[in-house]
Design a protein around this ligand. Sequence first.
Ligand code: AMP
Ligand code: MG
Length: 322
Amino acid sequence: MISLGIESTAWNFSVGVVDEDGVIALAGDAYRPKEGGIHPREAAQHHAEVAGKVLRKVFEKVSPEDLDVICFSQGPGMGPCLRIGATVARAIALKLKKPLVGVNHCLAHVEIGRWMTGARDPVALYVSGGNSQVIARKGNRYRVFGETLDIGIGNALDKFARHLNLPHPGGPRVEELARNGKRYIEMPYVVKGMDFSFSGLVTYAMNLVDRGERREDVAFSLQETAFAMLVEVTERAMAYLEKDECLLVGGVGANSRLQEMLRIMCEDRNAEFHAPPREYMGDNGAMIAYTGLLMHRHGMDVDVEESHINPDFRIEEVEVRW
Ligand code: AMP
Ligand code: MG
């Protein structure tokens, strides 16, 4: 079976085509804000403008008639952006008379991570712009065992980078700066139960820069502190749930220091550390196509009339039938 998936929750309009054996095609076009962070309406406008071009690129590799199912990212995400992906998916499904599947974006990050790495039953650390969650399967649902109480770690890094006048996305820039950090500066470490918070930490870091601390040292200390919080909660979830695999997914997962810290934690506990290739870490259409294919095979299609987007869609809401 061949599945097409459309991802459009935030910065990327991406279309992927997969079958059971692998990714057949993947194309996308990233929205880059001229200044500031992601503006939902501008990002949606971008997605609408590039949709045709991205689809044409994919259809150079796969013929539309060969598709068996059409999938789209149903949420969570920015309403105006989600609506573009959903509308394009509905149009293709109706035109080709193919079934439609609405996919939870967080679930898709986890499932493509498992697919690409062979992880069976991991505790997943999902770290992206808007989301930061520690997720594991319990029965026929994925559950969130810990999450951010305010902004996602990606947003936190982007916000800090903007304060230094670095362009969006800031995460990779902060990573570069942090490599040249020499001194660790103590910062607020905010873990409450199994949840964490980044908003106060970023304000603290921005104030340090304003007071004249070396930006490299602040970037380094910000990463060390924020990542330690994430690794602590991930480790605690692994211990409580007695799971011996850790899976890192989401755009921030590309960060080498975060990978290194998780790898060390896993070695200490005799657990396996898994991370998919970079291309499939951040938001991409292949993860929607793959997860939609799983859902389709388990009778989880949706009627076009019922295929509303859901900006607050939680991973727990989806029954996992596989
Ligand atoms: P996603 O929404 O899952 O595609 O993730 C996007 C987020 O990942 C943005 O906030 C980026 O700044 C962040 N990001 C990408 N690469 C890195 C990196 N190397 N280190 C830290 N954050 C990153
Ligand atoms: Mg994401």
